[in-house]
Design a protein around this ligand. Structure first.
Ligand SMILES: *Cc1c(COP(=O)(O)O)cnc(C)c1O
Length: 371
C-alpha cells in the first residue's frame, strides 16, 4: 500500500511561515521605514528574520512569572547583528557610487563590512586592534577578501584613524557613526514586535559603541508611533566592568575585558545613548568578566544557545539586576553575536574538558563514560 499525502491534508502555512519562507532581507521587508527608493541597488545576504527564542532556565532563576526570550542575532549571515547595519551602509555607499569602504572594528564590523563590500564589488579596508580580535572574526575578514590592517592600539585608536582617513581619501566610513548603520539595525526592534505582537517590557543589551541600543530605541519608537505596539520598553544597557565609560561617567583610556566586542573606552554614540537611557527610564550597569562567563556557559549548557562572550553580557546583566524586574514582565535579551566567532574563549572557559589519550576500543571508551 502506498501512502499518499495530498496537499489538502497539510496544514495551511500561516502568514508568518509564508513570510519567513519568502524572506527577502530586511531592506525589502521594512522598505517603508528605511531611506531607500525603487532605484536603490540593494546589497543583501538576506540578513534579519532571526529567531526570538524562549530561555526557560534563565526565566526560572528570576521566577515571579517573568518571561525571557533571546533575540539570537548570531544567526545572521556573517554571525552578528552587524549585518543589519551593513546591508544598509553598503547599499547606500553603492548608490552613492563608492568604490571602497573602511571601518575600525573589534571584529564583527570587519566581517560584515568585508562580506557586503565584496558582494557589492567594492574594496574593504578594516583596521583592527592587533591581538584583540577573536579568531573567527579575523578568519572571516581575510577570507571575504578584506584588506586587514592591524594597528598597535585599541579600538578607540583605530576609530580615530579611520575617521580621519575617510575625510581625506575617497573611502566611505561604515562604522556605526555612519547613520545608515543604525537605520538597518533598528529593524531588529521591528522583528521583535512583529513576533511578540507588542514591545517587551524590558530590553537587555550589551553596550560598546552604543550604536545598537540607539538603533533599537529608534525602531521601538517608530513602531509605537505607527500603532504597532502599546508601549515602549525600558532599555537596560550592560557594559563590561573593565570597559564601562557610561558607569564611570568619562572615557576609559585602557579598557579591558574578555568580551572583546565591547572592549571600548570611548563610545562613539555617547550622547545618543544617554538620551535613550533617559527617555526609556532605563539604566546602564556593569557586569564583570566572571558574570559574563557564567551567563555564557549557562546559555550554552542549559539552553543550548552558543553566543560570543560580549553577547552574554545582556543575560549576565539581567541576572544581576533580576530583583528589579517587574513580576510577570516580558524581557528580551539581545544576543549580538554567534559563539563560533570566538572558539578560543569557548575552549578556555568551558567547565568540561576533553578526555584525552583514550585507547580506541569499546571498553576504554565505556570506562571513561562511567559504565
Ligand atoms: C558590535 C558588537 C556589540 C556592541 O554593539 P554597539 O553598537 O557597539 O554598542 C556587542 N556585541 C557584539 C557581538 C558586537 O559585535
Amino acid at each position: 500500500m502506498t501512502l499518499s499525502i495530498s496537499s489538502a491534508n497539510l496544514p495551511q502555512a500561516s502568514e508568518a511561515a509564508n513570510r519567513a519562507n519568502n524572506w527577502q532581507g530586511l531592506i525589502e521587508t521594512y522598505r517603508n521605514y528605511l531611506p531607500v527608493t525603487d532605484t536603490t541597488p540593494v546589497v543583501t545576504l538576506l540578513e534579519g528574520n532571526t529567531p526570538l527564542i524562549p530561555v526557560p532556565a534563565i526565566a526560572n532563576i528570576i521566577g515571579r512569572q517573568v518571561k525571557v526570550h533571546v533575540k539570537y542575532d548570531g544567526l545572521n549571515p556573517t554571525g552578528s547583528f552587524k549585518d543589519r547595519g551593513m546591508t544598509m551602509a553598503i547599499t547606500k555607499a553603492k548608490e552613492a557610487g563608492a568604490n571602497a569602504v573602511i571601518c575600525a572594528s573589534t571584529g564583527n564590523t570587519s566581517a560584515a563590512a568585508a562580506a557586503y563590500a565584496r558582494r557589492a564589488g567594492m574594496r574593504a579596508f578594516v583596521v583592527i586592534p592587533d591581538g584583540y580580535v577573536a579568531l573567527g572574526k579575523l578568519a572571516q575578514a581575510l577570507l571575504y577578501g578584506a584588506e586587514v590592517i592591524a594597528v598597535k592600539g585599541n579600538f578607540d585608536d583605530a576609530l580615530n584613524i579611520v575617521r580621519s582617513i575617510s575625510e581625506k581619501y575617497p573611502v566611505t566610513l561604515v562604522n556605526s557613526v555612519n547613520p545608515y548603520r543604525l537605520q538597518g539595525q533598528k529593524t531588529a526592534a521591528f522583528e521583535i514586535v512583529d513576533v511578540m505582537g507588542d514591545a517587551p517590557d524590558w530590553l537587555c543589551i550589551p553596550v560598546g559603541n552604543a550604536g545598537n541600543i540607539t538603533a533599537y530605541w529608534m525602531g521601538f519608537n517608530e513602531y509605537m508611533q505607527d500603532g504597532k505596539s502599546s508601549h515602549l520598553p525600558k532599555m537596560m544597557g550592560f557594559q563590561a566592568a573593565g570597559a564601562a565609560p557610561f558607569i564611570a561617567g568619562h572615557p576609559i583610556p585602557d579598557p579591558e575585558t574578555i568580551a572583546t566586542a565591547i572592549r571600548i573606552g570611548n563610545p562613539a554614540n555617547w550622547e545618543k545613548a544617554h538620551k535613550v537611557q533617559q527617555e526609556s527610564y532605563g539604566e546602564f550597569n556593569p557586569v564583570t568578566d566572571e558574570e559574563i562567563l557564567d551567563a555564557y556557559r549557562l546559555l550554552a549548557s542549559e539552553e543550548g544557545i552558543f553566543c560570543e562572550p560580549a553577547s552574554a553580557a545582556s543575560v549576565a546583566g539581567l541576572l544581576k539586576v533580576k530583583d528589579q524586574v517587574p513580576t510577570g514582565a516580558n524581557v528580551v535579551c539581545v544576543l549580538t553575536g554567534n559563539g563560533l566567532k570566538d572558539p578560543s574563549s569557548a575552549i578556555e572557559y568551558s567547565v568540561n574538558e576533553t578526555y584525552q589519550g583514550i585507547e580506541a576500543n569499546i571498553d576504554a571508551v565505556a570506562k571513561v563514560m562511567g559504565f
